[in-house]
Write a protein that binds this ligand. Structure first.
Ligand SMILES: N[C@@H](CCC(=O)N[C@@H](CS)C(=O)NCC(=O)O)C(=O)O
Length: 210
């Protein structure tokens, strides 16, 4: 499989899942500003929205949307137990993926990160922060991970929480969420993925400033 990614973007979650499953994949870095691939091709031919992640499956077809990709990759490697196969536990992973994708990623973090979002849009996004973080705080107070064990949903959550300082979200009022973030970052797959993508992110910034 090939993952189209941008350093430290939401595609990081899928890299974490590949590493956690100890699965081989190819990683193709996308220049999100120029919408270009390393070979100069227009990334919009891969995804008309110009967004990562996109996964190229082994049959050559493409899969878009982070939550679909995470579930697919999790299901490809059942021994890693990153995506429960059936029942309520599977539904709960989907519940958390939906929550992270809509309530956190798009609902709060994107408007706060995007310089094109107006002050009113940022204020509206920030007005939802406490209720969403309170929900996580209460849940993680009783649970080490979002469900019983580390899953694709935790890979997505740690990816989004990692943007907090970049958009001035102070996690300190949510001590349990902060501890969760610190703990999950220590997981070898997460540390490795974040360290590698941080280096790529810095290189990208240096190129942009050159
Ligand atoms: N609905 C998409 C959204 C993905 C998304 O927002 N990707 C961001 C990076 S985290 C992106 O590619 N942004 C560039 C752009 O929107 O032009 C998904 O969940 O996969």
């Amino acid at each position: 499989m090939q993952l189209y990614f941008a350093p430290l973007a939401c595609s990081l979650a899928t890299r974490i899942v590949f590493y956690d499953a100890e699965a081989q994949a190819d990683y193709i870095q996308v220049d999100l500003k120029q919408k270009r691939l390393p070979n100069g091709e227009d990334f919009r031919e891969i995804n008309p929205l110009g967004q990562v992640p996109v996964l190229r499956l082994d049959d050559g077809s493409l899969l878009r949307e982070n939550t679909a990709i995470l579930q697919y990759v999790g299901e490809c490697f059942p021994n890693a137990e990153l995506m429960p196969g059936v029942g309520a536990e599977q539904a709960r992973v989907r519940q958390w993926l939906g929550f992270i994708g809509t309530e956190l990623h798009k609902g709060i973090y994107v408007p706060l990160l995007d310089p094109r979002a107006s002050d009113a849009a940022k204020e509206y996004a920030r007005s939802h922060l406490s209720s969403r973080m309170d929900l996580l705080e209460t849940h993680l107070w009783e649970n080490k991970f979002l469900v019983k064990r580390f899953t694709v949903a935790d890979a997505y959550l740690v990816t989004i929480l990692n943007w907090s300082s970049a958009c001035n979200i102070d996690l300190k009022p949510w001590g349990v969420v902060s501890d969760y973030f610190a703990r999950v970052r220590q997981r070898p797959s997460v540390t490795r993925a974040m360290t590698e993508e941080f280096a790529l992110y810095q290189q990208e910034r240096q190129r942009a400033n050159a």
